[in-house]
Design a protein around this ligand. Structure first.
Ligand code: FE2
Length: 235
């Protein structure tokens, strides 16, 4: 059977883009709670007056705890396991934890600068409402991955330092993904990404979030993998 997702190859990282089949229903459900989790991105919370585009920055980052959205997060978990399976990971040993999730709202020709998501293993973006047009999400091909090979380091930043004639996928330094409404992206949290401005200035809403993998109970005899939080003790 043909997979219903595509893999974007950012040598040596793989980014997943799949389709959320129940998108129409989920869009209605999420937008039905816009009053609770949405916001006006033009109201800045930053001292320099710059736009605050994410619910994350406003403390509106617990969508995954709201039972209304449980069917979406169940679908998301299925897709995450699909991605892990593609990567060749034995996901049967891991629980998938959504640790944070929020609305991102971009309008008026705004862009989002390059950033990573700290404190998680994997991140997702689900394009809820792109109004038929949207600025691309752009991934920066990881340079840090090459640090373990000194002579590869910095190889892509300048043509005269590029020792690689061919990567497996010919990925350019910056890789655009088209954020089609209803699609889902999964990527490593430490992969730099940003959003290009959409010249039409139309509002675009996405749901983003962070994922942490922990060992299933009762797995205790591992020297790697994050222990299940059920075994943690807060002091
Ligand atoms: Fe992000």
């Amino acid at each position: 059977m043909q997979p219903n997702f595509v893999i974007h190859q950012l040598f040596p990282i793989l980014v997943y883009q799949g389709k959320i089949e129940n998108h129409a229903a989920y869009k209605q459900i999420f937008m039905g709670k816009f009053d609770q989790y949405g916001f006006d991105p033009n109201i800045s919370l930053k001292s320099n007056g710059s736009q605050t585009l994410t619910g994350e920055y406003r403390g509106l980052c617990l969508l995954h705890k709201d039972p209304t959205f449980a069917p979406f997060f169940a679908d998301l978990t299925f897709k995450i396991r699909e991605y892990l399976s593609y990567l060749g990971v034995d996901d049967s040993q891991f629980d998938i934890n959504i640790i944070k999730s929020w609305f991102t709202i971009i309008e008026n020709d705004s862009a989002m600068q390059f950033h990573i998501h700290c404190s998680s293993d994997m991140s997702f973006v689900y394009y809820l409402d792109t109004s038929g047009t949207s600025g691309n999400i752009v991934f920066e091909r990881p340079k840090e991955s090459y640090k373990f090979l000194d002579f590869f380091h910095d190889m892509f930043s300048r043509a005269d330092r590029n020792f690689i004639k061919n990567t497996s996928d010919q990925t350019p330094p910056y890789y655009d993904c088209i954020p089609n409404e209803g699609s889902l992206l999964l990527f490593h949290s430490n992969l730099y990404h940003g959003v290009r401005a959409d010249p039409t200035g139309k509002r675009r809403i996405s749901i983003a979030g962070d994922i942490k993998l922990t060992l299933k109970q009762p797995i205790l005899n591992r020297e790697s993998g994050l222990m299940s939080p059920e075994n943690w003790q807060k002091f």
